[in-house]
Design a protein around this ligand. Structure first.
Ligand code: G1P
Length: 296
């Protein structure tokens, strides 16, 4: 491998979905702003991008979800009220989202699929490599998945994905990769990609999680991509077309901590796990132990 591409410094976060699994609350609150105690899911994701050096972030949004933009903006009345009361620690927390990243928001213009949402960032990203982070899953910063993916992409100049292994009965819910090993034990070469296959057609149990590092050359391919699974323009289909045409595709097989907030049970697990690790919620773990003991 040779150094063929600059490092990705931009990130795209598709966050335009209706979040039907969380209705009715998502009628008024974007899923991406659901709280993990006192910090929204989306802040974790923007922090992950920025920590990996991709701090120029494009949020792809939809009508009714402007609260996401407000969250990363200054709020003078609140700042002044906190200052007047001398609540400086809280003021610092409130102001933190304003400085994590340089945020840009664009509207998707219709629920036409993940590939379509990513394609909407074309004019902002240009032909540079960029990261895509889905708005409802994130990985622990200390496990350094995204930095490893960005390093690998700058070596190959191609597509870099992240995979985890799941049981057979879950493969049909995801993009699935056929792979072959490389010299590095957590990196594989991807030899095929398919979006939401039937169990019997899945090439492996390795599914795509919501992290991608892509070359800017994917944008014209996305424009040509026809609707696929679910009648939507699929990112997986565009990546598979590039792979078939010779673009190198690699993946990091991730074994670190991943938090999924895309559906209610996984959201609750994330919430309880992260709350139990905090030392500023006195009594929570003692209650959790007692409560667990009452369950059969
Ligand atoms: C999307 C992708 C899929 C990927 C999944 C990860 O699916 O299309 O390939 O495995 O995210 O969460 P969605 O969850 O939008 O149906």
């Amino acid at each position: 491998m040779s150094a063929t591409a600059p490092r990705a410094t931009k990130a795209v976060i598709p966050a335009a979905g209706f979040a039907t699994r969380f209705l009715p609350v998502t009628k008024a609150i974007p899923k991406e702003l659901l709280p993990i105690v006192d910090k929204p899911v989306l802040q974790y994701i923007v922090e992950e991008a920025a920590a990996a050096g991709a701090d120029d972030v494009t949020l792809v949004t939809a009508p009714g979800k402007d609260a996401m933009i407000d969250y990363f903006d200054a709020r003078a009345d609140l700042d002044n009220a906190l200052k007047a009361k001398g609540k400086n620690e809280m003021l610092a927390k409130v102001k933190a989202p304003e400085t994590i990243a340089e945020m840009t928001a664009i509207r998707q213009g219709g629920a036409k699929g993940l590939g379509h949402a990513v394609g909407r960032a074309a004019s902002h990203v240009g032909d540079e490599p960029f990261a895509v982070l889905l708005g409802d899953e994130w990985c622990h910063l200390d496990d350094k998945l995204l930095p490893r993916m960005i390093d690998l992409q700058s070596e190959t100049g191609g597509i870099v994905l992240a995979l985890i292994e799941v049981p057979d009965d879950q493969v049909s819910r995801y993009g699935v990769a056929a792979v072959r090993g490389t010299d590095a034990d957590d990196i594989v070469e991807v030899t095929g990609l398919v979006e939401k296959p039937a169990i019997e057609d899945a090439p492996s149990n390795l599914i795509l999680i919501g992290r991608y590092v892509l070359p800017g050359s994917i944008f014209p391919v996305l424009e040509q991509t026809e609707p696929g699974s679910g009648g939507e323009i699929q990112l997986t289909d565009a990546m598979e077309a590039m792979r078939a045409n010779g673009t190198p595709v690699h993946a990091v097989v991730f074994r670190g901590r991943r938090y999924d907030t895309g559906e209610p049970v996984a959201y609750l697990q994330t919430l309880v796990e992260l709350a139990s690790q905090r030392d500023d919620l006195p009594g929570f773990n003692a209650w959790l132990r007692e409560f667990s003991a009452t369950l059969d």
